[in-house]
Design a protein around this ligand. Structure first.
Ligand code: NAD
Ligand code: DAU
Length: 354
């Protein structure tokens, strides 16, 4: 274990963004030990990481961030130098149905991890880092113009964003009160492979493929700022290595789309890929009851991250979206496992007997 130059716990590594980040770190940093701690909720899927399973610098540990004893055991076992914290309940619609689940994982879970860092890192926290991965939704909702900057006041409006905002405040409070070395980033909507098909883009791809209706909330006029997930993972890598302790960085692609325009674009791409007559998928669009408290517009100003640390997105949206559609069409088994629940047996088959 001591042969590794850094031992890093990535929480939520079996999820959408977490799995891309784990892959990036395992592949790019053979000198680091990457320990993926994940409770494997409905959103966690070890099939996302098949390609790095068995690598010498990668370990999966099943565990809940709320479980103090389990977290303590892992800190004792691996002597972590850093935590990159992504584990969360992440879906706004679920947070409207069950806010407490979001308070437990996103708020109490984050504080449990912060306490473990304090306890195990002691007074000499030199070289240690707690990296908190957060969202642009903490800033609330924009009108037709303007951008979220790092100075924008927090104004969360859904139970999900309120729980993430709370966790952000705890992270900064532990920095100011206890001197915990922290860094944080707030990112806009991600898209790409391995995205759970309850979220807009993978849901629409799956429904178009299966000729099912495409539920657009309200009038479809809400705007989101989309970033390719691998670009987000690169941003986290950059901030992890070069970010200022105690600072926060906004991450986004300067890539705003009205939901309805995005769904039409997906329909056009899918018609082409599936060899369907132009316009046939768009006929599946159905306007449905709006999400309660639906934020109108998110738009991130990522200038600070670009100017100070040199990060910028690598892909144009149309290119990233085509790649994403291709991945879903080529990975029908993954989609089938996720929609049937079969992926939840993967852990039992691959890991439990070890
Ligand atoms: P996800 O829902 O795909 O994955 C979450 C992961 O966390 C899953 O693997 C799940 O099993 C794990 N998890 C949940 N509760 C846990 C617990 N109590 N203990 C241990 N593991 C637990 O989420 P995602 O979309 O990959 O988002 C990851 C992080 O990035 C979240 O913190 C989210 O708020 C943030 N974020 C997401 C986006 C986005 O567009 N998806 C944008 C900005 C920020
Ligand atoms: O902005 C970052 C956030 O982006 C992350 O913090 C969240 O974890 C992530 O889930 C995402 O939140 P959104 O609510 O923006 O994503 P979602 O895919 O659920 O919805 C995107 C937009 O599409 C939103 O305006 C609601 C709308 N929508 C969504 C679904 C699932 C529909 O119109 N129909 C749908 O069926």
């Amino acid at each position: 274990m001591n042969t590794f130059s850094k031992k890093i716990m990535i929480t939520g590594g079996a999820g959408f963004i977490g799995s891309h980040l784990v892959r990036l770190f395992v592949n790019n940093y053979p000198a680091y030990l990457v320990v993926n701690l994940d409770a494997l909720t409905y959103a966690g899927n070890l099939e996302n990481l098949r390609d790095v399973e068995g690598r010498v610098n990668y370990v999966f540990e099943k565990g809940d961030i709320l479980d103090e004893a389990r977290i303590g055991e892992l800190f004792g076992k691996y002597q972590f130098d850093a935590v990159i914290h992504l584990a969360a309940e992440s879906h706004v619609d679920r947070s409207i149905k069950d806010p407490l689940a979001f308070v437990r994982t996103n708020v109490l879970g984050t504080v449990t991890l912060l306490n473990a860092c304090r306890q195990y890192w002691g007074k000499d926290m030199k070289g240690k880092l707690f990296y908190h991965v957060s969202t642009d939704e903490v800033y609330g909702s924009l009108g037709e113009t303007g951008f979220f900057t790092e100075e924008t006041a927090y104004d969360p409006r859904s139970p999900y964003s309120a729980s993430k905002a709370s966790s952000d405040h705890f992270v900064m409070a532990y920095h100011h009160t206890y001197g915990l070395p922290v860094v944080m980033s707030n990112c806009s909507n991600n898209y790409g492979s391995h995205h759970f098909p309850e979220k807009l883009i993978p849901l629409m791809i799956n429904n178009i493929k299966n000729n099912k209706s495409l539920p657009v909330y309200g009038k479809g006029e809400n705007v989101r700022d989309w970033l390719f997930v691998e670009d987000h993972a690169r941003a986290i890598d950059t901030i992890f290595h070069k970010g200022n302790i105690g600072d926060k960085y906004n991450v986004g692609g300067f890539n705003e789309w009205k939901n309805i325009d995005l769904v039409h674009l997906l329909c056009r791409i899918m018609d082409k890929k599936l060899g369907r007559p132009e316009g046939s998928s768009a006929k599946l669009i159905t306007y449905v009851t709006d999400r309660p408290g639906h934020d109108l517009r998110y738009a991130i100003d990522a200038t600070k991250l670009n100017r100070e640390l040199g990060w910028k997105p690598s892909l144009q949206f149309e290119e990233g979206l085509e790649k994403t559609v291709d991945w879903y069409l080529q990975n029908e088994e993954w989609v089938r496992h996720v929609t049937s629940g079969d992926y939840q047996h993967y852990y039992a088959d691959q890991y439990a007997k070890r």
